[in-house]
Design a protein around this ligand. Structure first.
Ligand SMILES: NC(=O)c1ccc[n+]([C@@H]2O[C@H](COP(=O)([O-])OP(=O)(O)OC[C@H]3O[C@@H](n4cnc5c(N)ncnc54)[C@H](O)[C@@H]3O)[C@@H](O)[C@H]2O)c1
Length: 383
């Protein structure tokens, strides 16, 4: 796709590829001429929430097979502190027969982009840079300075840089989990959580985070890297693990809310049809990895609810392969409830007529992130 000027994540337009001198290749041989190698492969977790290092290890092996004396390797994948030097560099040494620091240099510079953010793009985000020694740090910083306009932040060690990245996302995860827990409590009190947050946010030192589904390959995953390392070192993290638990509970909470609302209004779930709008893990992206919407859909299906799914951005083939979900081609006019699960821009202006024309009788709208401008429905709920 990249060779055809197509960005699979829909972040870049075709025009962005024009006049670019990048060669896209999957041939290892093409790396032989390179002197500066950047590794940014996925760092996922398995079903037991344990880090999957296989892509990092196999990429390190690839580099080990082509690296030459004097070359540089920089890792950008999100990892736990110590991963670069303890898990990756030994693989390069083993497959190259070269020795770290004397034969080749290495560094770590975390990727910090936010998918879907068109303003804070790579060059506009301060880049954390670390390296194996002072000399290498200078060179790695010089290389990145060629493209980074927002400036460079050098750390004193690779572990500091690794830890910095993993806590950025861990902090975000915990902050959102607090809002999610508040949303659960305020729902019982019939209070609008976002209104409460807005009121509290009128104080200068209150941090405005919003409740929501926490999916994707970063925020919902990275804290497990820190948990994993902490456990190895004999500490069982409490706060970080609790944050993860609360955020992972939200699809179930929303699913139960939808089912109980339908039941309260005399609808038998097994005769109900629900439309779920938005299945990507966050608004404005095509990325469905680790999206929590499929889990919400599963919750509904467990009550024998028929679920239709639509999304203007999600890749149909990926959805089928990863979650066995087929996008609905034509919306029906008899949904018992409509769920806006992802706050895509396209949904913000959906009006009363849209919901009326697709609802069976009464209109039930579950607007997870409260994205709709119009909220005057018979039954409207947001997290
Ligand atoms: N995408 C983001 O917005 C973002 C933001 C911050 C941090 N990160 C971190 O950056 C890293 C990469 O994330 P991503 O979303 O770009 O991943 P990705 O899934 O898009 O994969 C990146 C590339 O790695 C390749 N790859 C996969 N397995 C490989 C292997 N075994 N050997 C060689 N190449 C392999 C893929 O084909 C792809 O080209 C992760 O650690 C992630 O946490 C990503």
């Amino acid at each position: 796709m990249l060779k055809n000027d197509e960005d699979p994540s829909l972040e870049l337009s075709k025009e962005s590829f024009k006049n670019s001198d990048i060669t896209f290749s999957t041939n290892k041989e093409d790396l032989i001429d390179a002197h500066f190698h950047i590794i940014c492969v996925p760092t996922d977790i398995d079903d037991h929430k344990v880090p999957i290092l296989n892509p990092l290890i196999s990429a390190s092996k690839n580099i080990g097979e082509v690296i030459k004396k004097g070359d540089f390797v920089v890792y950008e994948s999100t990892v736990y502190p110590g991963c670069t030097e303890d898990d990756c560099i030994p693989v390069i040494e083993k497959h190259s027969g070269l020795t770290r620091k004397t034969d080749f240099s290495y560094g770590y510079s975390p990727e910090r982009i936010v998918p879907g953010d068109k303003v804070k793009t790579l060059s506009q985000i301060k880049k954390i840079i670390s390296a194996c020694d002072k000399e290498s740090l200078k060179i790695v910083s010089q290389v990145y300075s060629k493209i980074i306009e927002a400036g460079i932040y050098e750390t004193s060690s690779i572990k500091i840089a690794e830890a910095a990245k993993v806590i950025e996302n861990t902090q975000r995860d915990i902050n959102i989990s607090l809002m999610n827990e508040l949303a659960i409590i305020f729902d019982k009190m019939d209070l609008d959580t976002n209104e409460v947050i807005d009121a509290a946010g009128s104080k200068w030192n209150f941090h405005k985070y919003r409740p929501g589904l926490v999916g994707g390959h970063c925020i919902g995953v990275d804290p497990y890297y820190l948990i994993h390392k902490a456990k190895q070192l004999g500490h069982e993290p409490q706060v970080i693990a609790a944050g993860r638990k609360v955020n992972d509970f939200i699809p179930h909470f929303i699913g139960k809310k939808i089912v109980t609302t339908l039941l309260k209004h005399g609808k038998n779930p097994s005769n109900c049809k629900v439309l779920v709008m938005g299945v990507t893990y966050k608004e404005g992206t095509a990325d469905i990895r680790n999206s929590k919407v499929p889990q919400l859909i599963k919750e509904l299906e467990e009550y024998s609810i028929e679920v239709d799914v639509t999304d203007p951005r999600a890749n149909e083939k990926d959805l089928l392969a990863d979650f066995n979900i087929t996008l609905t081609k034509e919306l029906s006019n008899d949904y018992n409830a409509i769920v806006i699960a992802t706050a895509h821009e396209e949904y913000k202006n959906l009006n009363f007529d849209f919901f009326k024309s697709h609802s069976r009788d009464q209109i039930f709208v579950f607007d997870v992130k409260g994205v709709l401008k119009e909220k005057t429905f018979e039954h409207y709920w947001k997290l």
